[in-house]
Design a binder for this molecule. Structure first.
Ligand code: CA
Length: 506
């Protein structure tokens, strides 16, 4: 009898465990590069339609204030993997070697029965760790016929990068171990500079004239850092290398084209766009505005492949029945300027680069059509995925799971009201001074340090485009003191000792 009881207990335990296993969701994280929320219709884009990204938002939730903690590529990936600020995970700048020996959350998923994979752009100067399967682009990667690095070999794969990443992902999904839940990162190269569209998307937006952003001709009054940056469409964006006017198709990024790809590019950029450009003889404002139109046409045509391929992944999940128990996230590694302040690129704490697109569907858990306005940070991504998988979140992870926000849980009342930001990369590229700052639901206070040494304050309610720097005005002194105090507390919480030292010297 005693043995029977024991055996029955064991059976029950096994049954409960396997039930719990079944309930653990699969997670697909589609992670693009430099894709601006201004270019996504779910975020109210005036520029373009993105039906498949919108599909995720409609079936789930859209985060209107998903912020990054350091607005550049590699550091954002390092923060995804660690759930920590750049000064803690050690990856403050691009083009370094990320320390993969530290705690990475995919390894914790692995140890808890998940199958993990990273496919596509990785760009961390090192090979992935914590993944059962990985196939990555070489550094920034190539748009056409990219080199794909796997364990022990590198293969040049024919075709367009977004399509290749999708087919590698679908192939992995079809051949995975179906007895385990999975976590898959689909790392996109699009929409990174130099914005090379797929052949089928060349000229996709040629019939459109895009409106100039209200701050397109910003003169950066009272803003020292903005006056000294090097990221304008006017001066920094190159006609030949970025906008493909009389590009050299024999070398560089075009050197690996197939004859058919080369012909399509020459037909479009050389025989059409470059000819039109030559005939116009542009200068001054007219030239800058022409560059802006061409920039957006290339950028949005590149983004078109992204949305189409996301649709393919979603269709696969629907058809295979995986949709029911798969969380799908679409996010970019940061926001991007599409002509606001006259810029392209990212880096600044200002809204367009601070806020990143983030939509998520989680069938059965998130109510379709949910909008979330709370301040969510990229340090929160890792702990959220761990919690979804039922894995204990290690105490040293600095973010907080946003699952209570998704579930409309009463715990969401205690959600953060202030976000801390710290950017480092200077002077190359783009000459944006290092800075740290705090973003509340209404204000942004920022300190540019080093050779710049200046402060800025914006009231986002009164001045959503951040052109009116209020710092130094008497009536804001008490507000500024309060914000500085809150920022200092966040620096202590997040152990940013370097920033604390700089703040003490100010
Ligand atoms: Ca990026």
């Amino acid at each position: 009898m005693k043995y029977l009881k024991k055996a029955w207990g064991l059976l029950l335990l096994l049954a409960t465990n396997s039930y719990a296993q079944q309930q653990r969701p699969n997670i697909i994280f589609i992670f693009s590069d430099d894709h601006a929320y201004q270019a996504i219709s779910a975020y109210g884009s005036k520029l373009v339609q993105t039906p498949n990204i919108d599909r995720i938002a409609k079936q789930g939730a859209i985060f209107k204030n998903a912020l990054v903690t350091n607005s550049i590529c590699g550091p954002s990936r390092a923060t995804l993997l660690t759930g920590k600020y750049s000064h803690i995970n050690g990856y403050t700048l691009n083009e370094k070697k990320f320390d993969v020996e530290q705690q990475l959350f995919p390894a914790l998923l692995q140890q808890n029965g998940y199958q993990t994979a990273w496919i596509g752009k990785w760009h961390l100067g090192n090979l992935p760790k914590g993944f059962d399967y990985w196939r990555i682009l070489n550094s920034q990667g190539q748009y056409f016929n990219p080199d794909i690095i796997g364990p022990g070999d590198t293969t040049r794969m024919p075709g367009y990068v977004t399509n290749i990443i999708t087919s590698l992902s679908l192939n992995w999904l079809n051949n995975r171990d179906t007895s385990k839940p999975f976590f898959l990162v689909v790392g996109e190269k699009a929409t990174h500079r130099e914005w090379l569209p797929d052949i089928q998307d060349l000229g996709a937006y040629d019939n459109k004239t895009f409106p100039l952003p209200p701050t397109f001709k910003d003169k950066y009054k009272n803003r020292l850092a903005a006056q000294n940056q090097d990221m304008t469409i006017d001066k920094t964006m190159r006609l030949k290398e970025d906008l493909k006017v009389h590009a050299n198709y024999e070398k560089g990024i075009y050197g690996r084209f197939s004859p058919e790809q080369k012909k399509a590019y020459i037909d479009y950029y050389e025989n059409k766009i470059s000819k039109e450009f030559d005939a116009l003889h542009l200068s001054g404002d007219a030239l800058v505005e022409w560059k802006y139109q061409r920039y957006l046409k290339d950028y949005l045509a590149t983004a078109k492949s992204l949305d189409r391929n996301i649709g393919q992944l979603l269709d696969y999940l629907d058809k295979s029945g995986l949709s029911k128990n798969t969380v799908v996230v679409y996010a970019s590694d940061q926001g991007f300027y599409l002509g606001e302040h006259g810029w392209f690129d990212k880096r600044f704490i200002y809204e367009e680069s601070l806020r990143t697109p983030f939509v998520i569907k989680y069938p059965g858990v998130v109510k379709p059509g949910t909008t979330i306005n709370q301040l969510m940070l990229n340090i929160d991504w890792a702990p959220t995925f761990l919690q979804m998988a039922g894995v204990k979140v290690p105490a040293d992870i600095q973010g907080t799971s946003f699952l209570p926000l998704l579930k409309n849980d009463p715990a969401k009342a205690n959600w953060r009201k202030e976000a801390y930001y710290h950017y480092y990369e200077f002077p190359e590229p783009h000459h944006v001074y290092p800075h740290f700052g705090i973003r509340t639901e209404r204000y942004t206070l920022v300190h540019f340090y080093g050779e710049s040494n200046s402060w800025e304050l914006y009231d986002l309610q009164q001045d959503p485009h951040e052109v009116n720097n209020l710092y130094g005005q008497k009536k804001y002194e008490a507000l500024i003191a309060g914000l500085k105090d809150k920022m200092k507390k966040l620096m202590i919480t997040y152990k940013d000792t370097e920033a604390l030292k700089i703040l003490a010297q100010d």
